[in-house]
Design a protein around this ligand. Structure first.
Ligand code: FES
Ligand code: FES
Length: 143
């Protein structure tokens, strides 16, 4: 249907024109791999005063994993750590096919990946960047 087509276009756009691709000279760097395929992404993250002030990613992976990293960095940049974690929760519920209240969350393009839920083997591709983001926040907490 039309929504599927639209979502596919949004995914392809993020894959072909990734937002926030690259590296940062400061902050945290986290690498996360998808054990199923061995693809990995590196996430660079700067958190200051409980706010994600910058986020970039690099890596190799399928279109879903890279599009998801692009969408994730775009949507969490400038958000508080708390909002970033809420977004991650929202995203993982979406991957489980659960409807969740998005409250006042700004979702950006992340809903374009909701169709992935129908392909269990690819859920790990879609959640890779989000897991890296949660790990970055965990590490920041320990510092
Ligand atoms: Fe097979 Fe991602 S692990 S498609
Ligand atoms: Fe490897 Fe999707 S196939 S991350």
């Amino acid at each position: 249907n039309n929504l599927d087509t639209l979502y596919r276009q949004v995914i392809m756009d993020h894959y072909k024109n990734p937002r926030n691709k690259g590296t940062l000279n400061e902050g945290l760097t986290l690498e996360m791999n998808n054990p199923t395929c061995g693809d990995r992404i590196q996430l660079h993250f700067i958190i200051e005063g409980e706010v994600v002030i910058d986020a970039k990613f690099e890596g190799e992976g399928c279109s879903i994993s890279l599009a998801s990293a692009s969408m994730m960095t775009q949507v969490v940049k400038g958000k508080s750590v708390e909002e970033a974690l809420k977004l991650s929760q929202y995203f993982s519920n979406m991957m489980l096919g659960k409807e969740t209240d998005s409250d006042d969350l700004e979702l950006g393009d992340i809903e374009a990946l909701q169709g992935v839920q129908k392909f269990p083997a690819r859920i790990k591709c879609a959640t890779l960047a989000w897991k890296a983001m949660e790990k970055a926040i965990d590490q920041e907490d320990e510092m």
